[in-house]
Ligand binder design. Sequence first.
Ligand code: SF4
Length: 417
Amino acid sequence: MENKQEKPTDPFKPARLATSAALGILNENYYNALASAKADGKPVIWITSMAPIELIYAFDGIPFFPENYAALCSSRKVAAEFCETAEGSGMSQGLCSYALCMFGSIFEKRGAFGDEGVDEPDILLATEGACATHPKWWEAMQRHFNCPLIIIDAAYTVDGETLPEHHKSYLAAELEKAAYKIEEYTGKKFDIDRLREVVSLSDQASELWDDIDDMRAAVPTPITQIDVFTCLFALVTLRGTKEAVEFYQQLRDEVKERVDNSVGSIPNERFRLIWDLFPIYHNMRLLNYFAEFGGAFVTDLYGNAFSGRVDSSDPFNSLAERYLSFFMRSASWGKSELYKKRIEKYHVDGIVFHSNRCCRCFSAEQPEISQILRDELRLPSMTFEADMVDPRVFDDAQVKARIETFIEMLESRKYPK
Ligand code: SF4
């Protein structure tokens, strides 16, 4: 392999996975089901990430994730307008841009496709399990829509491995209480056997996702980070449905075929990298800039935030354990431990921190994680600032210059002259 890394003249264009066509159909079907939910007599429940989506499918409801929708608005280049609308109503630009963008869409009654946006929620369901922004954001939406609001409380945990039993049983009770609240608000009878079925499907999707995640350790790595972020849609929105299971079976088979035939996701893999943390929805192509220098993202934690094995014979306790073990809740040293295992398993050369301007809670710990990995493993890192949804603060030239410097550093370490 050559010592000197030269930037190719043609920008890298990844070969799309054939399974992405199936993803387009899933997407379309989901938004059609959401649009016809009221007419079909299905409750529309707006939920935060890390809220138990399985409960909604157990009631034959349609979950809607404002965070996911803001990401869609960002990728469709309408997020900046929505953020400005929300700011015009007095909200701060410093607010989480998922919230800012969603409020703009709500206030304008306009959606990601130039349509009238999504229907109002029948119920709002939030959890305190991911971050403190969620319950306050959901409270504000409750005042706007004047509909029932359920907030699921969850205790703070340091990491999934030292989870106290009383924290699990407390959250299990909260989840059960939420199920009976949904029963009350929808008038639909809660059916524990239906919940078991949904939890079983949720577990199957998670297991398949974990298989795909394991296969990323192959050299060369078989799937791009863009495909990982894109294919997360089914795990986020359809977890607990047979459609999600079928999609991940197809994806797993395609990724396995690549591994069996040593087909890499980029043409000339030279550096194996970790992406931390949030995607940049308005500029996913930034990931391709790394690929132009042979940089392949081989693992991340964000992609695993929505998976997690669950036991359908004990749904509430099992869901409680999964949602409390969610890695983002871990303290910085807990996350560092997770990364240390992945650095070895995935043969990682460096880590890239996206310091997400609007998500202060998870950006604050990145310098410490970076330092732990540098001190203990001598792992090189780079950090750049952006906003996951709002493109107005993104400096493309500056970020690319930083990437080039980082690649030079990796080059001199891995391929010294
Ligand atoms: S991006 Fe950060 S602040 Fe916004 S909802 Fe997610 S965790 Fe909370």
